[in-house]
Design a binder for this molecule. Structure first.
Ligand code: SF4
Ligand SMILES: [Zn+2]
Ligand SMILES: [Zn+2]
Length: 309
């Protein structure tokens, strides 16, 4: 098969795009897609300070690589979730990536923070699904780091597969308030929030894996051990089957939602957040969801101690 761009021998076939690329042309294509997403959605401008949330996986490291290459002012943010060997290895990958490219990196280890709580402990004590606890904690620490560090934008590596799976979950339950906020750019709704953007929202995980491979990025290949129980994986599997039958389904699902469906939900009203009475970060109520979670852990732990005394 020949490269769609230069007619040399192609290495990658992208059925959704009806294209095939040689290595240099694929790298060009990937970067161009990121640049187009940034420009098309007005995600950020040169000179703005970007905090890039990196997990050690292919998507976030590929994204950081592209943004640094494009000359943006980037700082990585790695959250140590305390998920055993998976967290140790992903931390090593992120540290090595930042060192090799001499990029600034902030590391926040959840266990060493004031609340002293890692994801598995919170999930165990509160009997929540680990991903539910993890989501609340990630949001809190991302928002806090972006605000305290004076960043303009928080950048995440969510890709097309993540967005399509999330859209499917939101549609299956008709979660209007979630659909109202499912966009690749979220403007801040509070002075302590920064703009949140997803420059990979139209690139699939296969594409970021190919990019990472071609660029020699050493990322953590294994999934988080908690991912197996997550409903997102079921949606991803269903979407992959649809995609195999009809290439381009995921891209059309997300793009057409953003073009025609999302504006209809954008009018769903949501209260403006106020300040959390415990941590001062934005909250929909007196206490933010992170501080309520921490309180719940403390109360349940105290009960266990009292019961065993
Ligand atoms: S799979 Fe779940 S627990 Fe693991 S990092 Fe993702 S959200 Fe967190
Ligand atoms: Zn080519
Ligand atoms: Zn709070």
């Amino acid at each position: 098969m020949k490269c769609t761009r230069c007619r040399e021998r192609a290495e990658v076939h992208l059925r959704a795009h009806n294209s095939a690329f040689c290595r240099p042309c694929f790298l060009f294509f990937f970067r161009r897609q990121v640049e187009r997403a940034i420009a098309g959605e007005r995600m950020f401008a040169p000179g703005e300070r970007l905090l890039v949330a990196v997990s050690g996986g292919k998507d976030s490291l590929a994204l950081w690589d592209v943004l640094a290459d494009l000359g943006y002012d980037t700082t990585g943010l790695y959250l140590g979730l305390g998920i055993g060997a998976y967290s140790d290895r992903s931390h090593e990958k992120v540290e090595a990536f930042a060192r090799r490219r001499e990029l600034p990196l902030q590391v926040v280890a959840l266990e060493s923070e004031a609340a002293g709580l890692a994801v598995p402990e919170v999930a165990r004590v509160t009997r929540r699904m680990p991903c539910a606890a993890c989501g609340t904690m990630k949001r809190h620490y991302f928002d806090t780091a972006a605000h305290q560090g004076g960043f303009d934008v928080l950048v995440t590596g969510h890709n097309l597969d993540d967005e399509a799976a999330r859209l499917m979950g939101n549609v299956l339950r008709w979660q209007k308030d979630h659909l109202a906020r499912q966009r690749p750019v979220l403007p801040p709704t509070h002075p302590k929030f920064v703009r949140k953007v997803k420059p990979l929202y139209l690139l699939g995980e296969y594409e970021s894996a190919v990019y990472a491979f071609m660029r020699g990025i050493d990322y953590i290949v294994e999934e988080c051990p908690n991912a197996a129980g997550a409903s997102q994986l079921v949606y991803k599997d269903a979407l992959n089957r649809l995609e195999a039958e009809s290439p381009g389904t995921k891209l059309a699902f997300v793009k057409e939602f953003l073009r025609t469906g999302q504006p209809a939900f954008a009018t769903v009203e949501r209260r403006e957040p106020e300040a959390c009475t415990v941590c001062g970060m934005p909250a929909y109520g007196a206490v933010c969801s992170f501080c309520s979670l921490v309180r719940e852990v403390q109360t349940k732990r105290a009960r266990t101690v009292a019961a065993s005394a």
